[in-house]
Design a protein around this ligand. Structure first.
Ligand code: NAP
Length: 339
C-alpha cells in the first residue's frame, strides 16, 4: 500500500486502524529475542507473543529492575506452561552511559541474539534535556536507539545461518506519525547548524513536532544502515522499521486538555497494544522483504515521500552522517558503521 503524497491520507489511516491483522504464528523455538521497554504497552504484548511462540530466551529491558520483574511475572502468568527463559536487564535511554553499560553486559553474557526489537520510546511535549545535553525525545527515540542498535549489530550478525528459516533481524519501532513531521529543520541540511543541532535548539525545534521528527529520523537511519549491512555484512542481518499503529498504551503521558483529547481519539480509533504488537512479530520474522523497509499493518509499506523522494534520499544520507558524528563522538567503536 503506498501513498503518493507526503502525508498519509486520513482515509488510509482510518482504514488501517480497523484492519484485522494476522495473529502471529511463526514458531520462535531456539531463538533469543531482545525487546527494550517491555514493561508496558506494545513492547509488553510483543514479549507475550514471543513467550507464546516458544522463544528459547527472551530478554527484556526496563528502566528499573522492579518494573522488569513485574513484567516477567505478568508474562509467565499468562503463559504458565512456557519454557521460555526470561531475563531482565535495565537500560535507560536518557543516558548514553547506561546504553553502553547495558550493551556491553548483554553482549558479554548472552551466547547469541537472533531478534532485537528496539521499542523503548517517549512522546513528550515538554522540553527536557538529558545528562548528555540532548533534548530527551531526540536522545531516547533516535540517538540512544541508534547507539544501541550499532553496539548490538555485530552480535546479531553472529546468528546468521544460511540454512535457517529465519534471518537475524533488527527491528526499530517507528511510527506512522513520521508522515506528519513538518521537518522545519530541512533548510538546515546545507547549513552549519545541521538537522540534529536544530532539533536540539529550543527556539528552532517544535515541541508538537519533535516526536514525529524523531520517528522520521529513525526511518532515515534504518534505511542507510540496511545499505551498510548489504555492503559490509553481505546482507546477513535484516534491518527494518515497524509502525504498531495508534494503540492503547502509556505512551502519551500528558495531563489536562491534551490528555482528554488524546484519550477521546484513542477511545474511538486505537488498536489494543496486543493487536499493535502483531506488527512487531511480523517485521521480526518477515526476512528479506522487510530489509531497509517500513512495515505497518503487517505488510511492507511506502514511507513518506520526504523519505523516498530524491531529496529524501539526500536528507537520509545527511541525517545518517550527522548521527554518525554524534555516536562516534560517544564511542569510537561505532565509527565503522559510518565509513
Ligand atoms: N502507542 C502508539 O499509539 C504508538 C504508535 C506508533 C509508535 N509507537 C511506538 O511504540 C513504542 C512503544 O510505545 P508504547 O505505545 O507501547 O508506549 P509505552 O507503554 O509508554 O512504552 C514505552 C516503553 O518505553 C520505555 N521508555 C520510555 N522512556 C525510556 C527511557 N528513557 N529509557 C528506557 N526506556 C524508556 C517505557 O518505560 P517506562 O515505563 O519506565 O517509562 C516503556 O517501557 C514507542 O517507540 C512508540 O514511539 C507507539
Amino acid at each position: 500500500m503506498a501513498t503518493q503524497t507526503g502525508k498519509m491520507p486520513v482515509s488510509r489511516f482510518l482504514k488501517e486502524q480497523r484492519m484485522e491483522l494476522p495473529f502471529p504464528s511463526t514458531p520462535l523455538d531456539g531463538k533469543t529475542v531482545l525487546i527494550t521497554g517491555a514493561n508496558s504497552g506494545v513492547g509488553l504484548e510483543a514479549a507475550r507473543h514471543c513467550v507464546r511462540l516458544n522463544a528459547e530466551n527472551l530478554i527484556i529491558t526496563t528502566r528499573t529492575i522492579a518494573k522488569g520483574e513485574a513484567a516477567k511475572e505478568n508474562l509467565l502468568k499468562s503463559n504458565p506452561e512456557s519454557k521460555t527463559n526470561i531475563s531482565v536487564y535495565t537500560a535507560n535511554y536518557s543516558s548514553f552511559a547506561s546504553i553502553k553499560a547495558f550493551a556491553d553486559k548483554l553482549v558479554s553474557e548472552v551466547p547469541k541474539l537472533d531478534i532485537v526489537i528496539l521499542n523503548a520510546g517517549i512522546n513528550s511535549r515538554e522540553w527536557n534535556v538529558t545528562e548528555d545535553g540532548w533534548e530527551e525525545v531526540l536522545q531516547v527515540n533516535v540517538l540512544s536507539t541508534v547507539y544501541l542498535s550499532l553496539l548490538l549489530l555485530p552480535k546479531i550478525r553472529e546468528s546468521y545461518d544460511a540454512s535457517a528459516s529465519l534471518m537475524p533481524t533488527l527491528v526499530i519501532v517507528t511510527s506512522d506519525t513520521h508522515y506528519w513531521a513538518s521537518f522545519k529543520q530541512r533548510s538546515q541540511a546545507d547549513e552549519k547548524l545541521g538537522i540534529l543541532n536544530a532539533m536540539n535548539t529550543e527556539s528552532v525545534s517544535s515541541n508538537s513536532d519533535k516526536y514525529f521528527m524523531s520517528k522520521l529520523l529513525e526511518i532515515y537511519f534504518l534505511r542507510e544502515l540496511a545499505k551498510w549491512v548489504d555492503r559490509n555484512y553481505n546482507g546477513e542481518v535484516v534491518v527494518t522499521g515497524v509502525n504498531p499503529g495508534l494503540c492503547h498504551s502509556e505512551l502519551v503521558r500528558e495531563t489536562g486538555l491534551v490528555k482528554m483529547f488524546v484519550d477521546g481519539f484513542k477511545w474511538v480509533l486505537a488498536r489494543t497494544a496486543e493487536v499493535g504488537s502483531r506488527n512487531y512479530i511480523w517485521a521480526a520474522t518477515a526476512g528479506k522483504q522487510a530489509h531497509g523497509q517500513y512495515v505497518g499493518s503487517c505488510e511492507v509499506q511506502k514511507a513518506a515521500v520526504v523519505v523516498t523522494s530524491e531529496e529524501g534520499q539526500k536528507l537520509g544520507l545527511k541525517v545518517y552522517e550527522e548521527i554518525g558524528e554524534v555516536v562516534t563522538g560517544i564511542d569510537e567503536r561505532v565509527k565503522v558503521f559510518f565509513q
